[in-house]
Design a protein around this ligand. Structure first.
Ligand code: ADP
Length: 494
């Protein structure tokens, strides 16, 4: 067996990637699918199109590499998290469009749950704040608003799944209805301590347990793909939500190990080991993965506007014509000239949690030019990341030893150097930036013995570039003080 096939089902596209034993991606196929915005704040996908595009990319990648299904040791799945799919068990037909994680349609209901004082209960049981992102209130919405769904639920013919579950169900021809611990922990229905669907939460939301998938280890045999799909049956042996998969793909196996994905926003996860850590700083407690009979937990925080600030420089201000230009511009000036950008375009997340904060560009003098403004935008990604990391260190009580970076903006070496400078820890960029798909491949490959153990994966994980802190603690503290001052200005209201 030469390969592992990773299915990376994202929010805007489905991708399939073939990996070899060294963890190198050999071949990639990708297909975008449609986004539906039926009302302001609503986001939907066609679940059938998700399955179709995923199947097509899987077939395409095998064809491109010229290999047969018999040469694939296992399939690993990683997916957009929280998105809710509900379908008829008998026909496999979705009862309505998939409600995407971004969809805000259940925000008013979430507000009413908060008004009932239920926030602590949800946080304690599920590790999550009450929010429309998570699957729970989306499922309730379907049961209450799609008559067919309620009828099917009553007759025991309705199934719910996050996208991993939907793919596994289709791959196995409807034989397996299962999810993994990491995806279950994003539903706001799963008790992360008892590792069971929480009866009290289900009752409160009016969701029957019969529609929920069986929760299984992230690394283990889920079932086999129908032989007709790829020409031979392939074991489906791994599944994890995209951010957790990236943490695994970055080989962050020990408590305190952390990764940051620098994309449109940033997603930070820190492995906290075998015990869930509850956050005092508004971070999310989540399951990283279940493996070898144990569950590993993580703290998660996100930055709403990261690479999006670079897009704003390009599309909103016209200061640059491509994101790649920013690195040279940052290096063209000796320092920030006192300029800070706080891109609080949609408020501020952890650790500030201020939905009313708004963006500010501050510290301008006559000496400030275009490059300083661009540099302030790039630096804002690092400052915001640093804020979340400090919160994680405090919550977990574990000092960060290093930060592993991936995502599109991790291409910017100036950014990663500045991140190391300001955070005071080394920032490492691995040779493979496809960490999400790689994590799914590793989970599947471990289950079927394609990789033997963590040690082998650790050896596969190679640093392409390491950025070590290169400024003094005093200088870093001075810069951070300037950032805090700017954040206060972003939070000012009259
Ligand atoms: P996503 O998966 O969230 O769509 P990606 O991981 O593809 O995002 O990263 C794209 C984001 O990174 C964009 O917002 C873009 O502005 C930013 N970006 C890409 N290249 C660079 C760069 N060299 N420097 C700074 N930002 C960059």
């Amino acid at each position: 067996m030469k390969y592992i096939l990773a299915l990376d089902q994202g929010t805007t596209s489905s991708r399939a990637i073939l990996f070899d034993r060294s963890g190198q991606p050999l071949s990639i196929a990708q297909k975008e699918f449609r986004q539906y915005y039926p009302q302001p704040g609503w986001v939907e996908h066609d679940a059938a199109e998700i399955w179709q595009t995923q199947l097509e990319t899987a077939r395409a990648v095998l064809e491109k590499q010229g290999i047969s299904a018999a040469e694939v040791a296992a399939i690993g799945i990683t997916n957009q998290r929280e998105t809710a799919v509900l379908w008829d068990k008998r026909s496999g037909r979705p009862v309505c469009p998939a409600i995407v994680w971004q969809c805000r349609r259940t925000a008013p209901y979430c507000d009413s749950l908060k008004e009932q004082g239920l926030e602590n209960m949800f946080r304690e049981k599920t590790g999550l704040p009450i929010d429309a992102y998570f699957s729970a209130t989306k499922i309730r919405w379907v049961l209450q608003n799609v008559p067919e769904a309620a009828k099917l639920a009553e007759s025991g013919n309705l199934l719910f799944g996050t996208v991993d579950t939907w793919l596994i169900w289709n791959l196995t021809g409807g034989q397996v209805h299962a999810t993994d611990y990491s995806n279950a922990s994003r539903t706001m229905l799963f008790n992360i301590h008892t590792l069971e669907w929480d009866a009290e939460v289900l009752e409160l939301l009016g969701i029957p347990e019969s529609i929920l998938p069986e929760v299984r280890p992230s690394s283990g045999l889920f079932g086999h793909s129908l032989p007709a799909l790829f020409g031979a049956a392939i074991p489906i042996a791994g599944a994890a939500g995209d951010q957790q998969a990236a943490l695994f793909g970055q080989a962050c196996f020990s408590p305190g190990a952390a990764k940051n994905t620098y994309g449109t926003g940033c997603f930070l996860l820190m492995n906290t080991g075998g015990e869930p850590v509850s956050s005092q700083n508004g971070l999310i407690t989540t399951i990283a993965w279940g493996l070898d009979g144990r569950v590993t937990y993580a703290l998660e925080g996100s930055v709403f506007v990261a690479g999006a600030a670079i897009q704003w420089l390009r599309d909103g201000l016209g200061l640059i014509s491509s994101a790649a230009e920013t690195e040279g511009l940052c290096r063209s000036v000796a320092d920030n000239c006192g300029v800070y950008l706080v891109p609080a375009f949609v408020g501020l997340g952890a650790p500030y949690w201020d939905p009313y904060a708004r963006g500010v560009l501050t510290g301008l003098t006559r000496g400030a030019n275009r490059a300083h403004i661009v540099r302030a935008a790039v630096e804002s990604m690092a400052y915001q990341t640093c804020d979340v990391l400090r919160a994680m260190e405090q919550d977990a009580g574990i000092p960060l030893a290093e930060l592993r970076a991936d995502g599109g903006a991790a291409a910017n070496a100036f950014l990663l150097q500045f991140q190391a400078d300001i955070t005071g820890v080394p920032v490492l960029r691995p040779s493979t930036l496809e960490t999400t798909a790689l994590g799914a491949a590793y989970l599947a490959g471990l289950a079927v013995g394609y990789w033997s153990d963590f040690a082998e994966i650790r050896r596969n994980w190679q640093v392409a570039e390491a950025f070590s802190p290169a400024i003094s603690k005093e200088e870093a503290a001075g810069l951070e003080a300037g950032w805090r001052h700017a954040v206060r200005q972003a939070q000012m209201r009259d």
